[in-house]
Write a new protein. Sequence first.
Length: 202
Amino acid sequence: MSFTVAIDGPAAAGKGTISKAVAAHFGFAHLDTGLLYRAVGAKVIAGAEPIAAAETLDPVELENDRLRTPEVAQAASEVAVIPQVRDALIAFQRTFAARDGGAVLDGRDIGTVICPDAPAKLFVTASAECRAERRFQELLGKGMDVSLEQVIADVKERDARDRSRATAPLLPAEDAVLLDTSDLTIDEAIAAAINIVQNARS
Ligand code: CDP
């Protein structure tokens, strides 16, 4: 049986960590949909045309550590504005969401566009300062050469672009439960998310 958990929110809000933990707790599969846009962005940086890059995207291309850089994140949010790019990625996401055994998808438009009927929807937020600081530490931990100023600028610029685009803008679904992680530890945020999903299951 399928059961879809939709987790949306702005850049570096903790969606990835929370989604992985929720998926592990319930034994669901997890798809980080940001990676689809990052992979398309990386192909565009390498010279590809955005719509063709999305239409020919192979899941193998998602397994690449270089997709995590702020440069690729920016390219991702630029291609994510293009409706045909988004369209090309819909079928893959919906098929993943409908898989037997349950699925967690995290992104920007999962609860609003990709899976509007998902029984569990979360919108994860945190203050821009918290998000930038967390992402900065995460990138440093991966050995990347970034400055806090660069990370703050990336997060703010992408949020503004993601919120203001005409197609599938970043916004909570009407029936999403809001989870502000600014003052929560990782464990507290995960526990709160598991609780929200558990409530939606029963
Ligand atoms: O990890 P982080 O929250 O920083 O970003 P991400 O989830 O990897 O997404 C990178 C970019 O892809 C975002 O800034 C969005 O522009 C775009 N994206 C989107 O438009 N729709 C999604 N479902 C997921 C990501």
